[in-house]
Design a protein. Structure first.
Length: 109
């Protein structure tokens, strides 16, 4: 790694918008965006959102892993989040866990 690569601190790099490969501006990375990204991944694995190939497939083990990752994140960030970040994470986990049970039951019938 060169000195030029180390010029910014991680917080500075995470708060700036970065251009995508197609020139589109990507949203800045913050905790809420990270939680929403993981939540969307879980929804894709639950078959509630399309994949990149525009198909819907259920992969319960991957959905469970993503939900568990969000739960781990909740445990490790306890008492270090803003009220809005905590509400977002709590609500995302509640919604995803309920949806996981619904999809699991539907697959077992």
């Amino acid at each position: 790694m060169t000195d030029a690569d180390r010029s910014g601190t991680p917080g500075e790099a995470a708060s700036s918008s970065v251009g995508g490969d197609d020139g589109e501006e990507l949203p800045s990375i913050d905790f809420s965006t990270f939680v929403l990204s993981l939540s969307h991944s879980a929804l894709v694995h639950l078959g509630d959102a399309p994949t990149l190939e525009d198909t819907r497939e259920v992969h319960l083990p991957l959905a469970r892993q993503t939900i568990d990752l969000l739960s781990l994140l909740q445990d490790k960030t306890r008492n270090n989040l803003t009220a809005s970040e905590e509400r977002l994470l709590d609500q995302a986990l509640t919604d995803l866990r309920l949806r996981f049970v619904e999809v699991s039951r539907a697959q077992n019938q």
